[in-house]
Design a protein around this ligand. Structure first.
Ligand SMILES: Nc1ncnc2c1ncn2[C@@H]1O[C@H](COP(=O)(O)OP(=O)(O)OP(=O)(O)O)[C@@H](O)[C@H]1O
Ligand SMILES: [Mg+2]
Length: 229
């Protein structure tokens, strides 16, 4: 599903080199729910950005659905990012002038589908995240938890190979956070592959596998239970 082969990332800061990731290799299988943990600066966001093609490694290779993210055109990369990867961010990243329904449908609208086709699919997903009554609301009219539900629906609408979530509850209270984790878990139970960065050990326990990073490399890689593929 997603594979990293000796992926590394070095940032150039003036004359100084920052090795954010060093020689990381692993495979994410279909249906896994991976929690990525580790101290601040250990490379979690960098790793997630490489997995989703938001950033390129300075060494090694990344594959999604068996297809390399290197040696392809910008246009091909844009299409893979839009169609095969769903992103969820700490600060939701919704467009303020669009309704919940339009935000959810945006990846398909950008892909050229007519609104008449997108609207029922967006409505169905809003229903699945418990926001059927909020379709016409703008982000400013929604709570933080509701905004993150809209973002989750938006991430799911293309039927992506993987959902990548970077501290998806970093901006939410503990009760709302738990609701978001349960929602992600319910989509994982239906087969959705998810990779989630979190600081919270309780959140990480929703995963089927926990990878901890230390100084830009995996430190521990633990599969939880025995029933995941
Ligand atoms: N654009 C950049 N330019 C230079 N250095 C960067 C850049 N992005 C990240 N870094 C550095 O790379 C290292 C890893 O950063 P990264 O954001 O991946 O860590 P993180 O584990 O997500 O941290 P946090 O928990 O604080 O979000 C850090 O030392 C960081 O300062
Ligand atoms: Mg980070």
């Amino acid at each position: 599903m997603i594979e990293l082969r000796h992926a590394g990332k070095t940032y150039q800061q003036g004359s100084r080199e920052v090795r954010a990731l060093r020689d990381v290799s692993f495979v994410i299988k279909k249906g896994e729910f991976i929690s990525i943990m580790g101290p601040s600066g250990s490379g979690k966001s960098t790793l997630l950005n490489l997995m989703g093609g938001l950033d390129q490694p300075t060494s090694g290779e990344v594959f999604i659905d068996g297809r390399p993210l290197h040696g392809i055109t910008d246009n091909e990369l844009t299409l893979i990012r839009r169609r095969r990867v769903g992103y969820i961010f700490q600060f939701f990243n919704l467009l303020p002038l669009l309704t919940a329904e339009e935000n959810v449908g945006l990846p398909l609208l950008l892909d050229g589908l007519p609104f008449s086709e997108v609207k029922p699919r967006a409505a169905d997903l809003l229903d699945k995240v418990g926001l059927r009554q909020r379709a016409e609301h703008r982000p400013e009219q929604l709570s933080g938890g509701e905004m993150q539900r809209v973002a989750i629906a938006r991430a799911l609408i293309t039927g992506p190979a993987v959902i990548l979530a970077d501290e998806p509850t970093g901006n939410l209270d503990s009760h709302t956070s738990e609701e978001i984790f349960l929602l992600l878990k319910s989509f994982n139970d239906q087969g959705q592959t998810i990779v989630m960065v979190t600081h919270d050990p309780k959140a990480a326990a929703y995963g089927t596998r926990i990878i901890t990073l230390k100084d830009g490399a995996p430190d521990q890689d633990i599969v939880i239970g025995g029933d995941n593929p």
